[in-house]
Structure formats: C-alpha cells, structure tokens
Design a protein around this ligand. Structure first.
Ligand code: ATP
Length: 271
C-alpha cells in the first residue's frame, strides 16, 4: 500500500558564521528516510539538537530541504507550489509546542478557527461560525467561549485550540511538534487522550515529535530515533523500547525517569 507520506534522504544544511565571520556549513538533518502509514502514529525521538524539529518543518513544508524528496499520497510534493501546495496544506497540519506563541493573541478563538476554513474554502460563509463551535466541542472546549482570546485560556485549553485549528481542514496527517511537552503531567495525559480519541474518530496519521519517551510509549505504534541529524533506529515502539539495537537508543532509554516500575524492572533484568 502506498504510504501516506514518504521522506527520502531528507537533508538540511544551514550556513553559519564562525566567530571570525568565516562561513561554515552545518548539517542539521542528514539523509533521513522514513514513511508514515495510513492511520498510524510515528514518533520521532532524540535528544535536544538531534534534528527532530528541522525534520518536522521539512515534512510540513515549512522549510525546504537542501536535498532529498518528499512524497504525499504518492505525489512528489518536494517542490510543490501554488495549487499543489495549498492542497498539501489542507492535508497536513501542525500542532506546535507553545500554543500561546502559535495562536494570534489579538484574535478570538472563533476567528482563529474560522481562518483555515476560509483559506481552504471549507464550509460556506454562513456556517463557519457554527463549524468553529463544533470544533471547540470536539476538543472538549466550551463553545460559549468562542469570543474569548487565547490568553483567557489555560495552557492545556490553549493547546486544545491549536489542535482544533489543525483539525478544521480535516487533515490526513497531523504533525505534533512537542505538542504536549510544555504541559503539566496531568494536563498532558488529558491532551494525549484527546489526541488518541480524535485519531480513533477520524483515522488520520500522526507524526509525533517528542523527547519524552514515556509519552511516546503511550501514543506511537512506531518510533524513529534521531541522533546528530540521522535516524539511528526505526521500528515498532515495543521492539525499539524493549530490545533497542542501537547503543544511542539504549542510552536515551536509560536516561529517562521511569513511570512504569514493572517495565523498568524487566529492562534491568535483561541488561
Ligand atoms: N535556522 C537555523 N540555522 C542554523 N542552525 C539551525 C537552525 N535551526 C536549527 N539549527 C540547528 O540544527 C540542529 C537541529 O535542531 P532541531 O531544532 O531540529 O533539533 P531538535 O532535535 O528539534 O532539538 P530540540 O528538541 O531542542 O528542539 C541544532 O544544532 C540547531 O542548533
């Protein structure tokens, strides 16, 4: 079956300036290849600076790769512009880490949620307001609060607005870039539950970028481990976490605080 998204040898090099103004090239993402299957959640994990966000930005087409290609639903979208790019934007949405900086503080929730409907030409003029309220209900927000501003919501509620905005266009792939990392643990659990429910209801795929492996275990069927711009391991979550083949993955797993003592005990027994 054609994968929903296919990244092949994606590479991103940044040009930097050294202390004496010398030009240097830095490879943030190096020949990364993976596919995202229909309806699955693929997590991308790795330490800070390993290239997760740069990869997310390239597959969301918020940044062009220096090299490599990107296919969506079998179509080459690497250089997509105009109508093809607009179609891609309707299919692929991003939820960012900090809802407060990714939501316009001067716009009401209603306006924030109506904007993608207007852009994608979804829902006729007269029904957009009702559509925005429905979206609020879907993500567990009170639709009576549609005329409030982002700052009037808590962090978890604001992230629900970010999720509702991503869902407005009925995407087929949602990229969550550290979408729950800034939330308190209890709020985080609620938002993860919401993300899972929405996937069950709508069947879209997630690429879930995270550094918290405990979160990844709850949500992802497959996981790609990144280190220094490369994917060092990719496989079923249970297999990668249970029997990591790569030394870096083992270090990463050993470094996280365990929330599941039973799992930790089994891991220690094996090593
Ligand atoms: N615009 C840029 N110009 C130069 N270097 C960049 C740029 N964006 C990212 N980098 C560098 O590329 C590397 C990968 O960054 P990236 O943000 O993708 O990593 P990450 O794994 O998402 O890390 P974090 O979890 O801290 O966000 C880092 O060393 C970063 O400093």
């Amino acid at each position: 079956m054609t994968p929903l998204l296919q990244a092949e040898n994606l590479t991103k090099r940044f040009v930097t300036r050294g202390p004496l103004g010398a030009r240097a090239e830095f490879t943030a993402v190096d020949q990364v290849s993976f596919e995202v299957r229909l309806g699955e959640t693929l997590a991308v994990v790795g330490e800070s600076g390993s290239g997760k966000s740069t990869t997310a930005r390239m597959i969301a087409k918020l940044m062009d790769p220096t090299e490599g290609s990107l296919h969506f639903d079998g179509e080459d979208v690497t250089r997509a512009k105009g109508a093809a790019l607009a179609r891609f934007r309707g299919d692929v949405q991003v939820v960012f880490q900090d809802p407060f900086s990714s939501l316009n503080p001067r716009h009401t929730v209603e306006r924030i949620l109506m904007a993608p409907l207007v852009y994608q030409g979804i829902a006729p003029d007269g029904s957009r307001r009702a559509h925005a309220k429905e979206l609020m209900e879907r993500v567990g927000l009170n639709p009576d609060h549609s005329l409030r501003y982002p700052a009037q919501f808590s962090g978890g509620q604001a992230q629900r607005i970010g999720i509702a905005r991503a869902l407005a266009v009925n995407p087929r792939l949602v990229i969550c870039d550290e979408a729950v990392s800034a939330l308190d643990v209890s709020v985080q659990a609620q938002v993860i539950e919401l993300l899972r429910r929405l996937q069950r209801e709508s069947g879209f795929s997630y690429v879930f970028i995270a550094h918290d492996l405990a979160v990844v275990r709850q949500i992802a069927q497959r996981v790609a481990v990144m280190s220094k711009g490369r994917i060092v391991e990719l496989g079923e979550t249970a297999q990668v976490f249970g029997e990591p083949r790569d030394a870096y993955t083992r270090t990463l797993l050993a470094a996280i605080p365990r929330i599941d003592p039973e799992w930790d005990r089994r891991r220690k027994e094996r090593s």
